[in-house]
Write a protein that binds this ligand. Structure first.
Ligand SMILES: *[C@@H]1O[C@H](CO)[C@@H](O)[C@H](O)[C@H]1NC(C)=O
Ligand SMILES: *[C@@H]1O[C@H](CO)[C@@H](O)[C@H](O)[C@H]1NC(C)=O
Ligand SMILES: *[C@@H]1O[C@H](CO)[C@@H](O)[C@H](O)[C@H]1NC(C)=O
Length: 473
């Protein structure tokens, strides 16, 4: 629009100019000057008639104030100090009469100073999912545009993460990635000599919700006796977190922690049931309670057994590993060791295992036995299982799975054998009639091989891989 106006103005000036040359009297003057100026700056308006040889008296007028100034010369330049009321339409005239120049509409701009950030909420500490609104405020300034920075990077508007509207940057639901330093820069939208003002950084903190509160329970032997160590921990969340220990639903101890876990201790006697313990975790916005754990420690006792799992490969014919599992009838915190052919396993030293399973990949046949005692009492007595004889091709016992496996192998043998024979006989007859014809990918040699090899080496669809055996003491 202004472009069109400027063009019209120019066209008019050209017209007027050509008229000057034709006529002899002073013609309509032309006013030049800025359309936009900072308040407090000085601007110049020049009035002239071209071409003209002798000085004239020119007057500068403003639409709302009338005559402002006058001066003599071939062209006259009026200087104005731009103030708040300087906005308006200016034009000039030649004093002795004649037309008025085109008007120049002067707009004033307040230079930007004092940019700062305001945040909602304030102080800018939010939980995940809350909404954040930042505003770029200025002490003074008009015709402003705003640029935002997050961690020194310019925030590109439209983005899925941020919404920018005027001097406002907003996030509907903050997440961790929105945390960090923000600043804004306000700028006068002026092509010539633009001015800027930048805010200081504002640190936005995004707190995580606490989640997955878990309780763990261990035991240690102290001078004063046995002690239950209860550890409460959350998998994520922002500290501080107020952890509490609950016994049978009653809060017995509270700890505020700057970490994601807290440890509690309780005096304990063997065999005495302290009841169900739970952890509580609380922040200003959440309150979680863990699953319960029974604080009741019974010493290892009762019958000790070994259980063996035979792990077969895909063809379900070769044992690739044997998994031995040691179980005691009682015992809250057992520890295990293994004996092979009367000596400790691995050979050369007793290794204590906190898990009941032992995996044998290098399977040496012989007698295996396990021992169990209380983990927390080094002087407690080992309880032993009976020796069990383990070997790679253990077929002495025939549990249900093994029966199923054998049956499946037999069935596949019958099917494969049958189909191979059928195929062979068909092929044979076909070959007899048409000697040089090869059918499919199978050659004669392969067919012969297929008949000769162990049918169980053919790919099986059976997927039984684990055979379990239990040896009771
Ligand atoms: C509690 O358990 C957590 C997770 O297993 C662990 O990281 C933390 O160190 C433990 N805290 C204490 C005080 O034992
Ligand atoms: C373990 O004992 C069995 C049975 O007496 C025996 O066959 C085997 O060779 C022994 N293995 C080793 C490694 O001593
Ligand atoms: C540790 O085991 C020994 C031997 O069984 C027993 O006398 C003692 O009382 C046990 N100590 C604790 C703290 O259970």
């Amino acid at each position: 629009m202004s472009g069109t106006l400027a063009f019209l103005f120019l066209a008019l000036a050209v017209l007027l100019g050509s008229e000057t040359e034709i006529g002899a009297a002073p013609q309509t003057p032309v006013l030049t000057g800025p359309a936009l100026a900072y308040q407090g700056s000085r601007v110049q308006f020049t009035c002239e008639v071209t071409p003209w040889a002798s000085p004239l008296t020119f007057e500068l007028w403003k639409d709302t104030e009338g005559l402002i100034a006058s001066g003599q010369g071939l062209s006259v330049t009026f200087e104005l100090l731009v103030k708040e009321g300087s906005e308006g339409k200016y034009f000039c005239k030649e004093a002795s009469g004649g037309g008025a120049s085109d008007t120049i509409k002067l707009q004033t701009v307040v230079p930007v100073v004092g940019a700062r950030l305001s945040s909602n909420p304030h102080p800018p500490v939010l939980f995940e999912g809350q909404s954040l609104v930042l505003q770029c405020l200025v002490r003074s300034g008009s015709r402003l545009s705003f640029t935002w920075f997050h961690e020194k990077q310019e925030v590109k508007a439209p983005s899925p993460q941020f919404r920018i509207n005027g001097n406002t940057l907003s996030v509907d639901a903050v997440s961790e990635k929105h945390a960090g330093k923000y600043s804004c820069m306000a700028q006068n939208q002026v092509t010539l000599n633009p001015r800027f003002s930048s805010s200081t950084d504002l640190q936005i903190t995004v707190k995580q919700h606490i989640s997955d509160l878990s309780i763990s329970f261990s035991i240690s032997k102290e001078v004063a006796g046995l002690q239950a160590n209860i550890n409460c921990s959350v998998s994520r969340g922002s500290p501080p977190i107020r952890f509490s220990l609950l016994l049978e639903g009653k809060e017995v101890e509270v700890k505020s922690e700057d970490t994601l876990s807290a440890a509690f201790t309780l005096p304990l006697s063997l065999g005495v049931d302290l009841g169900l313990a739970q952890c509580g975790a609380q922040t200003e916005s959440q309150r979680l309670v863990s699953d319960p754990v029974r604080v009741h420690v019974v010493p290892v006792g009762g019958t000790v057994r070994v259980m063996a799992n035979y792990l077969y490969d895909d063809s379900a014919t070769t044992v690739v590993a044997i998994l031995l599992k040691c179980t005691a009838e009682r015992g809250t915190f057992p520890i295990f060791s293994w004996i092979f052919n009367q000596s400790s396993l691995p050979l050369g030293g007793t290794v204590l295992y906190t898990t009941p399973a032992l995996v044998l990949t290098d399977i040496r046949p012989g007698f295996y036995r396990c021992r169990v005692r209380d983990r927390f009492n080094d002087s407690s007595v080992w309880r032993e299982s009976d020796d069990v004889f383990i070997q790679k091709t253990e077929l002495a016992v025939a549990p249900l799975e093994l029966v199923a496996l054998v049956f499946c192998v037999f069935l596949s043998m019958v099917i494969i054998g049958g189909s191979v024979f059928l195929f062979w006989s068909v092929e044979h007859r076909f070959k007899a009639s048409k000697h040089h014809h090869h059918q499919g990918v199978q050659t004669d040699a392969e067919i012969v091989n297929a008949q000769q090899v162990d049918p169980s080496s053919q790919p099986q669809t059976i997927n039984i891989k684990v055979v379990t055996m239990e040896f009771e003491a």
